[in-house]
Design a protein around this ligand. Structure first.
Ligand code: UDP
Length: 389
């Protein structure tokens, strides 16, 4: 049995933690024994899908640090300028790695790559960085580069777009997409009660968006596109699922005001965070995610698995997931007119929309099954550790 130590510094549940939970839930526990090194007060440890594994609290509550990508660079550098704090944390992590008998370290968040990477190096252990972000060129990317030169990680990039930022670096980079539990995200009859509870009218198509309320997810563009669509006349209603996470509650107010100013209050339903995304997708007709430089977009694959056509942006890792004109429509980021045009086309042609959804479902099954993805990650562990399973 090989002990793998996973390191994640986040307090809140983001897509990165959701992906890690899914991976842990699908590891072959006859071969690998996972332990998780986490932050104090990490709320995502309460997720019902997280299997029973060894938990080690090694980080202080880090709150917003991991996710606000515009600010991550500055904050990361500012924090890490406090070298003594970073070293103290790394030494603590190293001691814990030794104590729990770790044979490989797998880091899941930006700060974990740095602290966990240093700790793995101090402990002389092989290291996997699971990279889920596209960092803008600048301080944070340079810092990561320096860390890579010292720690020699094997990198798992969740898309080719994520891998591209490592071109020319002294690392081995493996593109392994995020995996989706296809047994939970299946097509199925929509729940009439849920529809009614959400205040959705019968017989009116539903456009669904699932994303954290954060600027780069493109909610402003979405609202502006919906206003254009409304002016054109096709009947629709929009379900906007997700909450502000990690920082800045004022952004949510801003979006609600914008929807009001655009005259969308009677067609947009804001749900906040929902644990029943699969059910919400089932009562929807089109999925939309106009994010810019999306590293992957689990929410897109979940929608495909449920059989929805996707309208998203040709940016980041999204074109690796959505095949334009086959499983959905791709538009340029930040362009409400194009976005409205794509939505309008699918609303006007439900038959084409259904076909795209069906092809998307097949694609999700072929490429993004969590069992397949967990197998790829375990094969990487076996290759690194020269295990003979
Ligand atoms: N999610 C959820 N409830 C919500 C909003 C999002 O369960 O109200 C889930 C969503 O289904 C997806 C994940 O959070 O599995 C978001 O991952 P994604 O890669 O789309 O975005 P990220 O947050 O990692 O940028």
């Amino acid at each position: 049995m090989t002990t793998i130590a996973y390191v994640d510094t986040a307090r809140d549940l983001g897509g990165a933690e959701r992906s890690l939970i899914e991976l842990l839930a699908h590891l072959d526990l006859a071969l690998f024994q996972p332990v998780l090194l986490h932050a104090r007060g990490a709320v995502w440890l309460g997720d019902p899908l997280l299997p029973a594994i060894g938990l080690h609290e090694v980080f202080p509550p880090l709150g917003v640090l991991e996710r606000r990508r515009d600010e991550v660079a500055g904050r990361l550098v500012a924090r890490l300028q406090d070298i003594s704090q970073a070293l103290r944390l790394a030494l603590g992590v190293k001691r814990r790695l030794v104590r729990c008998g770790a044979e490989l370290v797998h880091t899941n968040t930006l700060k974990a790559h740095l602290i966990g990477g240093l700790a793995a190096r101090l402990a002389g252990l092989p290291l996997v960085w699971h990279v889920r972000d596209i960092l803008p060129p600048g301080a944070a990317r340079r810092l990561l580069h320096q860390a890579a030169r010292r720690c020699h990680p094997h990198i798992i990039a969740i898309s080719r777009a994520v891998a591209a930022q490592f071109a020319g670096w002294p690392v081995q980079c493996h593109v392994i997409p995020n995996g989706i539990p296809l047994d939970r995200f299946t097509p199925g009859p929509p729940s009439r009660q849920l529809r009614a509870r959400l205040g959705l009218r019968d017989g009116v198509p539903v456009i669904c968006n699932v994303a954290r309320l954060t600027p780069w997810k493109g909610h402003r563009t979405l609202l502006e596109a919906l206003a254009r669509l409304r002016a054109e006349g096709p009947a629709f209603q929009a379900l906007i699922v997700g909450e502000v996470a990690f920082w800045d509650d004022s952004y949510e107010q801003e979006l609600h005001h914008l929807a009001g100013d655009l005259g969308l209050d009677d067609v947009v339903v804001w749900t906040g965070f929902r644990a029943d995304v699969a059910q919400l997708l089932r009562l929807s007709d089109i999925f939309v995610l106009p994010s810019e430089n999306e590293p992957f977009g689990r929410a897109i694959v979940e929608a495909m698995a449920v059989g929805l056509p996707v309208v998203a942006c040709r940016s980041g890792g999204v074109p690796e997931i959505v095949v334009h004109e086959q499983t959905g429509l791709l538009v340029d980021p930040g362009d409400p007119e194009q976005l409205a045009g794509a939505l309008s086309r699918l609303l006007a042609d439900p038959q084409e929309a259904r076909l795209m959804g069906e092809r998307g479902r097949q694609r999700a099954q072929q490429l993004f099954d969590i069992r397949r993805v967990a197998g790829q990650v375990q094969q990487l562990y076996a290759d690194i550790l020269k295990l003979d399973h």
